[in-house]
Design a protein around this ligand. Sequence first.
Ligand SMILES: Nc1ncnc2c1ncn2[C@@H]1O[C@H](COP(=O)(O)OP(=O)(O)OP(=O)(O)O)[C@@H](O)[C@H]1O
Ligand SMILES: [Mg+2]
Length: 221
Amino acid sequence: MKRRGDEFLNVAAHELRTPILPILANAELLRDKIKTGSRELDTIFRNAVRLQQLSENILSATKIDSNSLTIQKEEFDLNTLIGQIIEDEQHAIEKRNLRIVFVPQTSNLPVLADESRIGQVIVNLLDNAIKFTQEGQILVTSEMMKEEIVVRVHDDGPGIDPQIFPVLFSKFASRSPSGTGLGLFICKKIIEAHGGTIHARNSSAPGKSGAIFTFTLPALR
Ligand SMILES: Nc1ncnc2c1ncn2[C@@H]1O[C@H](COP(=O)(O)OP(=O)(O)OP(=O)(O)O)[C@@H](O)[C@H]1O
Ligand SMILES: [Mg+2]
């Protein structure tokens, strides 16, 4: 019974992706055409992106549950990927008093990893930071430390609810009315499938609140 339920979810999430792509592409084209900006178009765009991410997350979660999450490794520069994702995410916060700052500590970060899956991790971490931070800054850093690549996402939000810490990376651990609680579960599985680690803590620095998520990936040798 559970398997049939998973299969249904898998097919539904897959089918959802097909109509979302042209909605997104056309909203993007229109946005480029209407230089003055449009609140209605922004709403369409934001929700189409949300729908796309949701279907990606559901697909990944069903794959994790059936042990069929595949990792296709290739060599790429992690800083370039982070930069591209941040550029896309800037659109979502354009009109808010919030900005994402990327400070790579090491200029080139070649990795052997699944680029789209690592992208999914970064998107999920940034989405959370954007969702839980009313205003201020989201600081993203990346660096090579010994044999590891370390990426950090530090936001200015209220920090992680202490009650959720023990189950933070479990499925459906959500404290957000609009959340499904799949994001961090997927992040952990993807990072671990690459031989890396992921953890979270709240900032203890005076005057700087917020959540800090850190993931590592083995450096390319
Ligand atoms: N940056 C953050 N600041 C504060 N709390 C956070 C942050 N990131 C995650 N959390 C907490 O961890 C919970 C689980 O996060 P997760 O990304 O797995 O789910 P979600 O964001 O609620 O839903 P989904 O990612 O599936 O849309 C969140 O609901 C929230 O309580
Ligand atoms: Mg999330």
